[in-house]
Design a protein around this ligand. Structure first.
Ligand SMILES: [Zn+2]
Length: 263
């Protein structure tokens, strides 16, 4: 598949993602995290809380079928602040932007009641063209007004579904465009860019131990169909949609690595 990358060493990448700024002093900048309440953006929020002096969150309500994700995000914020008090002191305001217009200009499985399937162009029909570009632009306008100069997003090339606006080069180009367009430095950080799903679980463990892993299992939401259902070892969800399969597969690989590491 065009643009599909093979992870060189996702475990080493996860360790590097934690270690990169492990000086003991928080980065004095304010970060705005694109936080949907899913596993990936929860790892990004924890990563930002471990690194920056102040962190705010933003999400977009565009009539997606899995609205439950938006409900989960407040619970995840509360749990992070309660279980990790040092992070709680850094966690600032949350912003939820109404993007109903996205439903008017897109025609996808996320907003319509239709099956998720691959299209002739090789992308799943969950793809909303340019969605991340739009999200980041809107986030940048909020960040600018809030005095934040870092945007953090869970975009990822490793397990991604082929979305061209998740690619590292796309985001680097947007970082330049935003910084020029705002006439102010705006850094886009994507700590998951070269991690696979198993490494994302490991990143959570490295950032917040088993407590953060368990918080992620219990309170985050990833299922495309919006089902909470029973609590699987990897979390809630239908267990059959592509998002659940990816999450379950990543969990299994993470646990296997854990067992081998401890052996
Ligand atoms: Zn599912």
């Amino acid at each position: 598949m065009a643009g599909k990358l093979t992870a060189v060493n996702p475990i080493a990448n996860a360790e590097q993602a934690v270690r990169a700024d492990n000086t003991g002093n928080p980065d004095p900048r304010t970060a705005l995290v694109l936080f949907s309440g899913g596993q990936d953006s929860t790892a990004c929020l924890a990563w930002a809380l471990a690194r920056y002096a102040r962190v705010e969150t933003i999400a977009f309500d565009y009539g997606q079928r899995h609205r439950i994700e938006l409900d989960c995000r407040l619970t995840v914020r509360e749990q992070l602040a309660r279980q990790f008090p040092a992070w709680g002191t850094k966690l600032g305001d949350d912003h939820l932007l109404d993007l109903a217009l996205l439903g008017q200009i897109s025609d996808t499985a996320l907003t319509d009641a239709r099956a998720i399937e691959m299209q002739a162009n090789g992308l799943p029909n969950t793809f909303v063209p340019g969605r991340n570009l739009l999200f980041l632009t809107l986030a940048a306008t909020v960040a600018y007004r809030r005095g934040a100069s870092v945007l953090v997003g869970g975009m990822c090339e490793t397990d991604y579904s082929g979305y061209p606006d998740c690619r590292d080069n796309t985001l680097k180009a947007q970082q330049v465009a935003l910084s020029l367009g705002l006439d102010a430095p705006m850094t886009i950080e994507t700590p998951l860019m070269f991690l696979d799903k198993a490494a994302t679980w490991r990143l959570a463990e490295q950032l917040g131990g088993t407590a953060l892993v368990q918080l992620t299992v219990e309170h985050t939401h990833t299922c495309y169909l919006g089902e909470r259902g029973v609590l699987h070892p990897w979390g809630h969800g239908c267990g059959e949609c592509p998002a659940c399969e990816l999450r379950a597969r990543g969990w299994a690989a993470y646990r296997k690595d854990e067992r081998q590491g401890r052996a």
